[in-house]
Design a protein around this ligand. Structure first.
Ligand SMILES: Cc1cc2nc3c(=O)[nH]c(=O)nc-3n(C[C@H](O)[C@H](O)[C@H](O)COP(=O)(O)OP(=O)(O)OC[C@H]3O[C@@H](n4cnc5c(N)ncnc54)[C@H](O)[C@@H]3O)c2cc1C
Length: 1016
């Protein structure tokens, strides 16, 4: 994990306590000496007092540390254990909450048939897939646990956390329950750690996010529903960040609902207000006029992507992977990056020349990269890497350190780490790589050698008289301005290279094509990009081929809105002003008002603003009070760029339909010029053309307009653009078909009042912490959107991540920080080695070769406690039975025989066989009862009333007795807990959520199942 991950996390804005190795001692009651236990808030607000701070781990069930994993929970095993026919779970319904579980055992979420090394590898992969360092705490975990964990426990915690992530990443179609998380602990005394890991992962959106039904913590008291109004969170903007925020908040409010239900309130509600009449924001798949398609599967529409189009690699941390592939099961087309570039005359560029220029460009960007600002490393507590690579917990105290098995089977774990510096593929240009998720930094950069040597090794011929050690110096141009731009430095490098090698006009067009590609990735001319920070997100790239969603990327926002239940999204609500509460510490009570341009006012307790940076810059929304100077400053300093597209629809493809893209070179203003400046205006015009046929269902090309060309597009009419692109295409494919597009769509994102451009970039004036400032809330006004995600800006996944981040902040603000169980870790049992168990997750792990000594003889502490309670208090008083009398029953009893005799006399058995039977008697008595006067009924009414009063009295007495008995029983339990008895491990005092078994879901291994979306 890059240290910059979750830069915008609230905890990062606090000064992170310096990494220390806690040199403390955990006492037998599980507390740490001598540090006083502190609960760390990750919220800027003071922690709200929990209604009843748990004195015991709230989810600790009555199990003992040495309990074997009797019942497998979690994922079904690949190999069915012999002789256990009942371990294979029934086929699970996606996202359905299953029957309660009443008994939790450690290790029950760890498949004991899986070799430990394989299991460890899966856990480590899962941590990377969540953008977390498997070997170290995230800064926010660090802040939470710094003073609470012993050194060895950090490894245990990380093993548990990684194992929970493994469960999630194996099947994100099912949410993880607290019980399953507890099952990732290898000993019951670590249930507290599992509880914290689970809560932290849930709160921060590492598990149970996206379109999945989450476990419900509690149901709302129906009376409370009538009497209290739920708090309201208003999310402004229904783009990916806004919908993710709302979806995540809904999920957190369900999972953490006890925070409100315990106080007799309903969990908060979420309202999304969207200015446009559609959702998705900058993810906009515009439906085509003609919907007939032969290539699209049923139910998918023919669309053209006006905005985002590419998923930049699914592997190594893309949070959209579990949603797009795991939950929504969307179809996607994996793109090939084979690329042919055509020159201005329509002829393809010679591959060798292309490579020479690509290498030269790479060298120049490496030299410019020397001026990159180095991100500040954030050190957090680390676990034992060797043990984590084997998913083994440290040996308990008193045991000799065990021998670690060789790492053969997990030797390749290191290779799975993000390949941020594995080098670039030779034919892939840097800008494309940025959007495709590949690195921009080459290992062993050529910038370490002189420019002349580097050029020679690339294959360039040096000009006559050039010495081998002659180089280019960029220091002068880089320090000429207080805010140097990437473009000025790179162009200077090109000029200096012209002294070393002979660059032709074609070479200049090729080098400028690469410039255009960078301008596409950043949505800005390179002269508007910061030299030191334009690629500040480097190192966070994902892996795997990039892809396009078949049938339209807007299936993602639609899925977020509709699944698992529809969000309250209100379109056509253009926000005019926000009257928010700047004082984060005051109870708002609807002090915040969101006003729409049509006069509608929506009251809120918390507001999340997700409008694009361009909208914030345009002052379209009034803030009352005005945004503070630090926020305004960041908005002004950051760049918001432009990229446009010209979409062309044909009757038939005339290009190589197996290719996904091709490039076009552009001429300088002054044809044949060798001055880099002369190329900047036109180099981005149709510089890259995507073949979108496979995803749109129609023969379609999408031409990109980057850099200055993007701005020109806003002013140029469609007819002229069409004529220009048609001329270029016809020069490459001289066929009639190229002359007759059937439909043309041109985007003009700058003109769009709800966007004012395309995405954010790092301008020369932008300061290193500006993305974090953009993310920071002002009172009860919170911010999300791609421009608040410093680690993954300008992307759909960045928008998604910002939604997860802000949802955690809002819940921190409304519900307070995560409540930690005390003690966090139960006391370690005194152990002796007896040899390995028959089946263990780590057969060679001596931490499992244990059995209690005489100090922990009590294998069933609950039984011991109950015996002590019964000995002292006797049996718990039995509830008296109900009186079981009413006036009619008393009357019937009284008159039964009389009635029977009457029937026998009046109705001969021959006439009616049932005459005089029980039913007949009861029916006749009913008629008699109805015919009685009030006076005649009187005695029976009195008798029944007396019986009822006696019963009420008995129940009241029983209630008092039972309350007293329960209080005494709790006292005896507490005495045991304090160590006054011989019981070693305590069960919880109260029935817990675990015992209640609420919100347990069945898990399913196969993730390819998809939820079919309805297409609106
Ligand atoms: C042309 C283009 C190509 C792109 N290509 C890619 C790509 O290939 N891959 C990739 O990952 N990313 C790409 N992106 C970037 C990606 O689309 C965005 O980063 C992401 O969609 C931003 O999501 P968001 O929720 O932050 O903002 P938005 O999607 O813009 O959502 C903000 C919402 O706020 C609403 N709003 C604005 N003002 C108001 C108001 N006053 N009142 C009410 N509502 C308002 C807007 O209508 C909008 O729905 C591209 C973007 C563009 C424009």
């Amino acid at each position: 994990m890059s240290p910059a991950v979750y830069a915008s996390d609230r905890s990062r804005n606090q000064s992170l306590p310096h990494q220390t190795t806690p040199s403390k001692k955990r006492l037998s009651d599980g507390t740490i000496k001598p540090t006083t236990i502190r609960l760390h808030s990750i919220s800027a607000r003071p922690p709200q007092a929990p209604s009843a701070p748990p004195t015991q781990h709230p989810t600790l069930p009555p199990t003992t540390p040495q309990d074997p994993p009797k019942k497998r929970r979690g994922r079904p095993p690949k190999v069915k254990p012999a002789g256990s026919a009942d371990v294979t779970p029934k086929a699970a319904q996606p996202s359905i909450v299953s029957k309660p579980v009443t008994e939790i055992r450690p290790r029950s979420s760890i498949p004991y048939r899986l070799p430990a090394n394989v299991f460890a590898g899966q856990c480590i992969d899962a941590a990377y897939a969540a953008r977390l360092n498997p070997y170290a705490l995230h800064p926010s975990e660090h802040a939470l646990l710094l003073h609470l964990l012993m050194k060895q426990e950090i490894t245990v915690y990380l093993n548990i956390r990684n194992a929970i992530l493994r469960l999630w990443h194996q099947n994100p179609l099912c949410s993880i329950t607290a019980e399953e998380a507890a099952g990732c602990a290898k000993e019951a005394r670590f249930f507290g750690l599992a509880d914290v890991a689970y809560k932290w992962l849930v709160r921060h959106g590492y598990i149970n996010f996206g379109c999945v039904r989450v476990p419900r913590a509690a149901t709302v008291n129906p009376r409370a529903r009538r009497n209290t109004r739920p708090k309201t969170v208003v999310v402004i903007g229904a783009g990916v960040s806004g919908l993710t925020t709302a979806r995540q908040l809904e999920g957190l409010f369900i999972q953490e609902s006890t925070k409100w239900t315990d106080a007799g309130e309903q969990p908060p509600r979420v309202i999304v207000l969207e200015g446009r009449s559609r959702i998705g924001g900058r993810v906009y798949s515009k439906p085509l006029r003609d919907q007939t398609s032969i290539s699209l599967p049923d139910n998918l529409r023919c669309t053209a992507e006006m905005g985002a189009m590419i998923v930049t690699g699914f592997e190594h941390g893309n949070p959209l992977d579990p949603v797009i592939r795991g939950q929504l099961g969307l179809r996607y087309h994996l793109m090939k990056d084979a690329l042919t570039i055509y020159d201005v005359d329509g002829k393809p560029i010679d591959e060798k020349r292309d490579m020479l220029n690509t290498d030269l460009y790479t060298d120049i960007s490496d030299r410019a990269g020397d001026f990159r600002a180095t991100p500040q490393a954030v050190e957090t507590l680390k676990g034992d890497e060797d043990l984590i690579n084997r998913c083994r917990d440290p040996a308990p105290d008193g045991l000799e350190h065990f021998q670690l098995e060789p790492l053969d089977a997990v030797g390749n774990i290191r290779q799975q780490k993000p390949a941020t510096r594995r080098g670039r593929r030779r034919n892939a240009p840097p800008g494309t790589e940025k959007l495709t998720g590949r690195t921009q930094v080459v290992e062993g950069s050529s910038a370490t050698q002189s420019a002349a040597r580097a050029a020679r090794s690339m294959g360039w011929e040096l000009k006559e008289g050039v010495a081998k050690n002659q180089s280019v110096s960029l220091r002068g141009i880089a320090s000429a301005s207080a805010h140097p731009s990437l473009g000025s430095v790179m162009d200077d490098a090109i000029r200096q290279y012209q002294d070393l090698v002979q660059l032709t006009p074609q070479d200049m067009r090729l080098l400028n094509w690469h410039h255009a590609n960078l301008e596409y990735a950043n949505a800005a001319p390179i002269t508007s990009l910061s030299l030191s920070g334009h690629d500040q997100d480097t190192g966070n790239e994902f892996e795997g081929a990039h892809s396009e969603i078949i049938g339209g990327y807007n299936q993602l926002p639609r899925g977020l809105m509709n699944l698992p239940s529809k969000l309250d999204v209100r379109v056509d609500r253009v926000i005019d002003s926000i009257h928010y509460n700047q004082d984060a510490f005051s109870e708002s009570d609807y002090s915040t008002k969101v006003v729409c341009t049509d006069g509608e006012v929506i009251e809120a307790d918390e507001v999340v603003l997700t409008v694009p940076l361009g909208v914030l810059k345009s002052d379209m929304i009034d803030f009352d009070p005005p945004l503070p100077a630090w926020k305004r400053g960041a908005i002004d300093r950051m760049g918001f760029g432009l990229l446009n597209k010209v979409v062309l629809l044909y009757d038939e493809a005339f290009w190589d339909d197996e290719r996904d893209m091709f490039g076009l070179l552009n001429e300088a203003n002054d044809a044949g010029s060798l001055d880099p400046k002369d190329y900047e205006k036109r180099r981005g015009q149709f510089y890259l053309i995507w073949n979108a046929s496979k995803t749109s269902g129609k023969p379609m090309l999408v031409a990109l307009m980057a850099g200055h060309a993007a701005h020109e597009t806003e002013k140029t009419d469609t007819g002229q653009l069409l004529a220009e692109i048609t001329k270029r295409l016809h020069s490459i494919y001289p066929t009639e078909k190229a002359l007759n597009p059937r439909e043309v769509i041109v985007t003009r994102w700058r003109r769009d009042p709800f966007s004012r451009g395309t995405y954010s970039y790092v301008a020369p004036e932008t300061l290193p912490g500006d993305y974090d400032l953009m993310a920071q809330s002002v009172g009860n006004l919170h911010f999300a959107g791609e421009a608040t995600c410093g680690t993954h800006p300008a992307t759909v996944h960045g928008a998604f991540l910002s939604g997860l981040r802000v949802a955690a902040e809002v819940v921190d603000a409304m519900a307070g920080p995560i409540i930690l169980p005390t003690p966090l870790v139960g006391p370690a049992p005194v152990k002796q080695e007896i040899g390995p168990p028959k089946q263990s997750v780590c057969a060679g792990d001596s931490s499992f070769w244990v059995q209690p000594t005489s100090a922990v003889q009590d294998t069933n502490p609950e039984a011991t406690i109950m015996a002590a309670i019964f000995a002292e208090l006797g049996e718990r008083p039995v509830k008296p039975s109900r009186p079981g009398v009413n006036p009619f029953l008393l009357y019937a009893k009284d008159k039964w025989e009389e009635c029977k005799a009457y029937l026998a006399q009046t109705k001969p058995a021959k006439a009616k066989p049932s005459a005089g039977g029980r039913e007949d008697v009861r029916a006749t008595l009913g008629r008699w009862w109805k015919g009685l006067s009030e006076d005649e009924k009187g005695p029976y009414l009195v008798q029944s009333q007396v019986a009822q009063e006696l019963a009420d009295h008995g129940r009241r007495e029983w209630g008092e007795k039972v309350a007293k008995w329960d209080a005494e029983a709790a006292r005896i339990r507490e005495e045991y807990r304090r160590g006054l008895s011989t019981a070693a491990v305590m069960p919880p005092a109260e029935p817990t959520q675990l015992e209640a078994g609420l919100g347990v879901s069945k898990r399913k291994t196969n993730v390819s199942n998809c939820v079919v979306l309805d297409h609106v």
